[in-house]
Ligand binder design. Structure first.
Ligand SMILES: NC(=O)c1ccc[n+]([C@@H]2O[C@H](COP(=O)([O-])OP(=O)(O)OC[C@H]3O[C@@H](n4cnc5c(N)ncnc54)[C@H](OP(=O)(O)O)[C@@H]3O)[C@@H](O)[C@H]2O)c1
Length: 370
């Protein structure tokens, strides 16, 4: 059984449709019976039948636990994950289920790998976090450069670069809420071990289609999974960057410089949170669909030797990041339900599904090699 928790949110609705179009019959779960029923009715018009619905609220953890049993697949799009994600994760661990989510939040990813992963190994649960635009493409591109670099690889650097974003709104209110939560949280990198550091500790400018893309560093699943894939070759450094060629890029770099200093001031954390909550009133629930359709997402992974010489590079490209997220979650849920995944514990995408299967699934989801 596949359960989609958060089905009535923006990403959840798109994921539900992608699942139904793949031939899956997900159980739609969320906190509002009315919104679930209306979503099920809309999906029925696609001609694949009407999905079952069930209510669950993270304020009532037993209702979330009741969603799944051993071997079931739970997909969660209930975010911001730092604040709302724990209930689904705990339920999956307790049940011994296969869990996938749409987070992109470094502190949550860290909890999945360091806190919930060891518990999952004991209960037989498999946890595949951040299985969307963030951060499947970089895991795939990173595994491909590792595969063609031999044992000399010392560092892998990955850039997620959004091109074509105009001044129109290209993120959902839910994504904005997650960014607000992250502004005051610690991130991390990999230097022969996980090392805490603020988001944006490092900056770098990538080139995409001849345009400059300023980017800032962020913690992601590649920091955990690529060193494990490299095995005894001993990957010493992993860096992941998020950037954009659009007007938001310089603001992103500027805020990365200013926010750590601001947060050191007394009371600054709650002030940043309040400003974010206030700004939320001006953000529409859904991104502008026309602007989103013009967005291209580029992912570039480069492997370097210890002297800093590039050994190999892989470039991937997709369109609308939300469609990619919905398609990847739908593919992952179906693959997990039909074939299982490699092992219990917290897994990166390549570890969970294998490189060949993931490459095929990512291509079906709209991610192509350039
Ligand atoms: N990794 C990526 O590339 C990627 C891509 C897309 C989205 N995301 C992330 O995915 C998350 C969801 O994004 P979104 O755009 O779908 O946001 P959203 O529209 O705000 O959806 C949030 C979902 O959480 C549910 N929820 C909130 N409180 C709940 C509670 N107490 N109990 C049960 N459910 C509750 C909401 O239910 P209601 O419908 O009842 O309000 C809704 O379904 C965000 O964290 C976003 O950053 C990441």
């Amino acid at each position: 059984m596949v359960v989609l928790f958060g089905a009535t949110g923006y990403t959840g609705r798109r994921t539900a449709e992608a699942m139904v179009r793949r031939g899956l019959r997900p159980v739609l779960a969320g906190r509002s019976a009315d919104r679930l029923t209306s979503l099920a009715q809309q999906l029925a018009t696609l001609g694949f039948g009407k999905p079952a619905v069930v209510t669950a609220d993270i304020g009532d953890p037993a209702s979330v636990r009741a969603l799944i049993g051993k071997g079931d697949v739970l997909v969660s799009t209930v975010g911001p994950f730092i604040r709302l994600g724990g209930a689904a994760l705990s339920a999956a661990v307790d049940a011994g289920a296969i869990y996938l989510d749409s987070t992109g939040e470094p502190p949550f990813i860290r909890r999945v790998f360091e806190e919930f992963g060891p518990r999952a190994q004991q209960t037989g649960a498999s946890l595949i976090t951040a299985f969307g635009h963030d951060y499947v493409p970089g895991n795939l591109a990173g595994a491909l450069v590792l595969g063609s670099s031999g044992s000399a690889v010392h560092r892998v650097e990955i850039g997620y670069l959004i091109d074509g974003a105009s001044r129109a709104q290209v993120i959902s209110r839910g994504t904005f809420a997650s960014i607000v939560e992250l502004a005051t949280e610690q991130s991390f990198t990999w230097r022969a071990g996980i090392q805490p550091e603020p988001t944006g500790s490092r900056m770098r400018t990538f080139s995409v289609s001849g345009r400059d893309c300023p980017a800032v560093s962020i913690g992601s699943t590649e920091h955990y999974s690529l060193p494990r894939l490299a095995g005894r070759a001993g990957l010493r450094e992993v860096d992941v960057y998020l950037g954009s060629s659009g007007p938001a890029a310089r603001a992103l770099q500027l805020s990365s410089r200013v926010i750590p200093a601001l947060l050191a001031l007394p009371g600054a954390r709650s002030a940043v949170g309040r400003i974010g909550q206030f700004a939320m009133h001006w953000i529409a629930e859904e991104p502008d669909p026309l602007a989103l359709a013009r967005v291209t997402s580029h992912v570039v992974a480069t492997a370097y030797d210890a002297a800093g010489s590039a050994l190999a590079q892989v470039r991937l490209r997709s369109g609308d990041p939300y469609q990619l997220t919905a398609n990847l979650l739908a593919w992952g849920a179906q693959r997990a339900a039909e074939h299982g995944v490699s092992a219990p514990g917290a897994l990166g995408p390549v570890e969970a599904f294998g490189l060949q299967a993931l490459e095929t699934g990512a291509l079906q989801a709209g991610l192509s090699r350039v």
